[in-house]
Write a new protein. Structure first.
Length: 105
């Protein structure tokens, strides 16, 4: 995910495309969306792509960034499910940074 997160999180690409495909087949894409949320959380400072990505998150807020970066239309039921799953996991991650937890174990 760290290499070119903007591309990997677009609607027709790896994470979001797979999540939407799962929903179309009756599968709730919990883990796909969880991994997408980690993409919004991850930041490799000094890497122009993740710096730009996080500037977008900072400017739009995570809610706007998820919609914009992933190209999600919240009027579409399936896309709203993906948005909600990503946002919920992102909010969970913000409460407890998993990297901090791992380093302090």
């Amino acid at each position: 995910m760290g290499n070119d997160p903007l591309r990997k999180l677009r609607k027709n690409d790896r994470f979001i495309g797979a999540a939407l495909n799962a929903i179309e087949h009756g599968i709730t894409p919990v883990y796909i969306c969880q991994n997408a949320a980690y993409g919004f959380f991850f930041h490799n400072e000094g890497d122009i792509r993740t710096d730009h990505f996080h500037e977008t998150v900072k400017t739009l807020g995570v809610e706007g960034a998820i919609k914009s970066i992933c190209g999600l239309n919240l009027e579409n039921e399936y896309e709203k499910i993906v948005y909600d799953l990503i946002l919920a996991k992102y909010r969970e991650l913000i409460k407890e940074n998993p990297i901090d937890r791992a380093l302090n174990a």
